[in-house]
Design a protein around this ligand. Structure first.
Ligand code: MGD
Ligand code: MGD
Ligand code: SF4
Ligand code: SF4
Ligand code: FES
Ligand code: MO
Length: 898
């Protein structure tokens, strides 16, 4: 029921459970509310929001708006009471709290209430804590409102903060007692954002910003790090980024963000930033003009095509770049060069998701919207570590678990969410398919499958039932190491939930049988009828990694697919593109990324354009990659920095990053969102968009699409799936999900509500057996190395290592169990050498119990350590996605040098 309340006589209708504060705001009035933040549960402690409700004096923030309540706000007595409450708080603070440039919520409220700056007459003396690179504390400004503490617990879920002391001496402090830098803080910035006084602030020009009130110098955009797609407001001062704030109306982040989106923009001003093109001369890279670099590039392309035909040219497009840039790159390769040799880092990441979900359901994206987290009552989180890799998703999942939703985590490591899970399944890396069959076996055996759904909407049940007979929990326990009782318990939890949801990551895809993993995981929601808009669950969502890896693939930066997933082998799909481009589109699928390197080594590939992927750092068996580049006659790299790959290039083109350009990204749950230039790139830097156009021009071709907006319009004409998308629409509506076939239809958040998009309109169960991983430990390489992510750095680290994130984590480390540490004589914090059949890495040991004995873990954020010299060329048999999650290694304690 929607209550109707009268605010100073004006009737307002409210959502159920609204507070009087919301009623007052809905009536167009406002109140000071110093201990309140819409993102948090109300505390009702500061008494600055006093109103009279049906004659009683109450704090509006904690008083429910009961139907027909009469609320007085504006009378003089109330104004005085509120003003006195604020003035009392301000009077205890030192003068700087209300200085002219304070810019905080408290300063704004005082101005509005005509409380002069001389009111702040308290003393200083409690001191500061500036130990942390991004979060500073000025204890004298703390009013003990507790907003920071609640932000850290109720939104972020880190529980790093507490209020200590008594009475007027109460002040916020890290719960661990020591300095902030040594606390559990993961620098999400939540406390900084909510603090009304500037007691907690970020250093530099963004200090004490009042994020509730966007002034006009804020540029709304979408984060360019991970695939969550947080909406951010970039505060610009004198042409530079002063701060990045989470947008309160962000559809996925809802006023939250993480250390990367919020603080990792120091790279923009790095002295190492490339500011002019480089060309190789006598073996060295030297600066050049754009004219010279482009002319050389065009000549190199001409020669490659002359010597080897169009298929002697290939491009790797960037999941960091915009949709419009990806669209143009693939258009250039297909319509100008005449080859389908175009791919993107989805190949290294979620290509098995695209292939697997397409085979099971018909479309290459997650089946449902992340908005469903609020209604799901059970989460099965598989092979994903969102607390570190998709922190805003991790935070929202954690809050749902804390609110009572059940949580099953399937990960060999004790990742952040596992600590809050009802059940933590720890399959041995590479054994997912057996685990998923085990869960399916129990669902079927215990009558938890949805027979009506299976009959009406599903294909493949008979084959699966035959196969599942071979996967009783005991056998699954033998293969995976997960106790049979846990398999049964997890299946029951998922099977009996009313609205279960599956969320997964690279622990499913980056395997020799990654596509099988995706498909057999997808069997679970199909068996339960928890997909396809049945109201009985929320399907399956891949946590796609890069900011725009979904979009790069949607745009057709793939060797077999055109924009909107038309197959290059399908004459109709080709005809749609050919009509718009006026050029024939080749019908043979092109090379995948690993095939490009093989072709380069074989001499078949004569020109490779690498746009925003540091393949020599992040592709597996990287020594082989470097050799391939060195063999290829022309290598051109579009980059921000002279990374590992750029060092092997013949031409390096300096490009803009996400804070410096216009376009759109697609996030992990298929939302198109706008990206806007907040600042100008340095020197002669151009956007990838401009670069692709000028490369085409240098070869004598006109790519059309003079602006990003026009590029998306053109893409919409080719791709029925994306037909309704445009910059104008996104500027109006914020985010729009694909599929979105027409401008006057909303995007589809939940897919397949009528039928699945497969040829027969049914969901397809997958009956493939478990097969072992490509590498297994033996006497020479007795340990199993899993690679993945850590919270403070991003992939190659090219951006996060060039800013203060380096102060949060400054070296590559290897996690190992105390038993293994003892066995190999490795001490915590000591250097350790890791060897595989393919290479060697040097790391620092981190002894702990995240892993079981026999397994070790490291990230790949410090390329100089050599982690990707260790990883093998084993790859998913369907999509060629590397088996990054399983490498057999051995350790030695000393940093020896052979
Ligand atoms: N801070 C940070 N955030 C990032 C990134 C980053 O580099 N740093 N990168 C972004 C990108 S590109 C991506 S793709 C995403 C990746 O995000 P995630 O997929 O969450 O990342 P990973 O840490 O690579 O792997 C996830 C988990 O898979 C588990 N795993 C390994 N093998 C198996 C297995 O056989 N079975 C199961 N069930 N689990 C297994 C690992 O233990 C690991 O915890 O993160 C994005 N966000
Ligand atoms: N061992 C191991 N290796 C892995 C993985 C793993 O789990 N384990 N995960 C794999 C996965 S999932 C992924 S996605 C890859 C990621 O690997 P990469 O794509 O290589 O990593 P990034 O660091 O995200 O970015 C690549 C480069 O793009 C540049 N860049 C940033 N923005 C732009 C832009 O707008 N335009 C251009 N032209 N360049 C830009 C950056 O400076 C950076 O050098 O790593 C893979 N490698
Ligand atoms: S920055 Fe985030 S994690 Fe750190 S103390 Fe503040 S709210 Fe907690
Ligand atoms: S969660 Fe992802 S999208 Fe959001 S701020 Fe962090 S890196 Fe950016
Ligand atoms: S905002 Fe209502 S009591 Fe503090
Ligand atoms: Mo990724």
């Amino acid at each position: 029921m929607s209550p109707v309340v009268r605010v100073d006589g004006k009737a307002v209708e409210l959502p159920p459970d609204a507070s009087l504060l919301e009623a007052v705001r809905a009536a167009g009035a406002d109140l000071p509310a110093l201990c309140h933040d819409d993102r948090l549960r109300p505390a009702g402690s500061c008494r600055t929001c006093l109103v009279r409700a049906d004659g009683r004096l109450v704090a509006a923030c904690v008083t429910p708006a009961v139907p027909d309540a009469a609320v007085d706000v504006a009378d003089d007595e109330l104004r005085t009471l509120r003003r006195d409450a604020v003035a009392l708080i301000a009077s205890a603070l030192p003068p700087r709290a209300l200085a002219a440039d304070a810019g905080t919520e408290l300063a704004r409220v005082c101005t509005e209430l005509d409380i002069g700056s001389q009111t702040a007459a308290g003393t200083s003396g409690r001191g500061r804590d500036d130990s942390h690179p991004f979060v500073h504390l000025d204890r004298d400004l703390c009013i003990a409102c507790g907003r920071c503490v609640r932000m850290c617990s109720d939104v972020q879920g880190t529980f790093a903060l507490t209020l200590t002391g008594r009475g007027a001496d109460t002040v916020v402090a890290p719960g661990t007692g020591g300095p902030w830098a040594a606390s559990d803080c993961v620098a999400c910035g939540g406390c900084v954002d909510t603090c009304p006084t500037g007691a907690i602030s970020q250093p530099g020009p963004g200090r004490g910003l009042d994020s509730g009130r966007p002034p006009p110098d804020r540029v709304p955009t979408t984060c360019g790090y991970c695939g969550v797609g947080c909406a951010l407001d970039v505060v610009v001062r004198e042409g530079r980024v002063a701060a990045v704030l989470p947008a309160r109306d962000g559809p996925v982040n809802r006023g939250h963000a993480c250390v990367k989106g919020r603080f990792a923009h120091g790279y923009l001003a790095s002295a190492e930033r490339l500011t002019e093109p480089l060309v190789r001369e006598n073996g060295e890279l030297r600066p050049a003009t754009w004219e010279e670099a482009l002319a050389r590039f065009a000549e190199g392309l001409r020669r490659a095509v002359h010597d080897g035909g169009p298929d002697a040219v290939a491009a790797i497009s960037s999941a960091r770049a915009t949709n419009e840039e990806n669209y143009l790159v693939q258009k250039f390769m297909r319509a100008v060069i005449g080859t389908n040799n175009i791919d993107n880092c989805s190949r290294l990441c979620h290509a098995p998701s695209a292939a697997g979900l397409t085979a099971s359901f018909g479309c290459a994206g997650g089946t449902d919207s992340f908005d469903d987290v609020e209604t799901a009552d059970c989460f099965l989180v598989v092979g994903a570590n969102p607390v570190e890799a998709h922190p805003v998703v991790g935070a929202r999942l954690l809050q749902r678990a804390l609110a009572g939703a059940s949580l099953i985590v399937a990960d060999p490591r004790a990742v952040g969410l596992a600590h809050h899970a009802d059940i933590h399944l720890r399959p041995s890396p590479g054994t997912n398919v057996a685990l998923f069959h085990g869960l399916a076996h129990v669902l079927v055996a215990e009558g938890l499958a949805d027979s009506g759904f299976l009959r009406d909407r599903v294909t493949g049940l008979d084959d699966l039932l035959v196969l599942l007979a071979d996967y009783p929990p005991d056998r699954v326990a033998d293969i995976t190491g997960v106790p049979a009782a846990d398999v049964v318990a997890a299946a029951r939890l998922y099977g009996r939930a009313e609205h279960p949801a599956v969320v997964y990551g690279l622990g499913v895809t980056e395997h020799l049988h990654g596509t099988d993993g995706v498909r057999t995981l997808a069997n679970l929601p199909i068996l339960r009828g928890a997909v396809g808009g049945t109201g009985r669950g929320h399907g399956i969502i891949p946590l796609r990694g890069q900011n725009n890896v979904q979009g790069a693939s949607d745009m057709g930066a793939l060797p077999d697919l055109l924009p909107g997933y038309g197959r290059v082998t399908d004459p109709e799909a080709r005809a749609r593109a050919e009509e718009v481009w006026g050029r024939a589109v080749p019908s043979a699928p092109g090379l995948r990324i690993p095939e490009m390197f093989t072709a380069a080594r074989d001499g078949r590939l004569r020109a490779l354009w690498v746009i925003g992927e540091d393949v020599c750092a992040t592709d597996p068996d990287s020594r082989h990659v470097a050799e391939a580049l060195d063999t290829c006659p022309l290598v051109v790299v579009n980059e921000l920095f002279l990374g590992e790959t750029a060092r092997h290039a013949d031409i390096v083109l300096p490009v803009a990053s996400w804070l410096e350009k216009d376009g759109t990204f697609v996030n992990f749950d298929r939302r198109f969102q706008r990206v806007r230039a907040a600042v100008c790139p340095p020197g002669a830097v151009r956007t990838d968009f401009e670069v692709v156009r000028s490369v085409a021009a240098a070869t004598g071709a006109d790519l059309g699409c003079p602006t990003p907006a026009e590029a998306l319009d053109e893409c919409a004409r080719i791709a029925p799936l994306l037909g309704g998308l445009s910059h104008a629409r996104l500027d109006r509506e914020g985010a729009v999900h694909w599929p979105c076939p027409s401008p006057d239809e909303p995007g589809e958040a939940t897919l397949y509500t009528r039928e699945f998009a497969t040829a027969d309109g049914r969901a397809h169960l997958c009956a493939v057996p478990y097969l072992p991983p490509g590498e297994e430990p033996d006497d020479d390489y007795p340990l199993l190395l899993v690679t993945g992510r850590r919270w403070a750095h991003y992939n190659s680290g090219s951006m996060t290592r060039r800013g203060a994130n380096l102060l949060l984590d400054n070296r590559g480390s290897l996690d190992l169990h105390p038993e293994d540490a003892a066995r190999y004589g490795v001490r915590d914090g000591a250097p350790v050498t890791v060897r595989s059949r393919h290479g060697r890495a040097r790391l620092v040991a981190r002894v702990g119990t995240e892993l079981v004995p026999g397994q070790v873990f490291c990230a790949f954020h410090f390329p100089a350590d050599g982690v990707n010299t260790l990883t093998s060329r084993h790859a998913d048999t369907v999509t060629s996605c590397p088996e990054y999650k399983v490498t057999a290694v051995r350790l030695s304690a000393a940093a020896d040098d052979d």
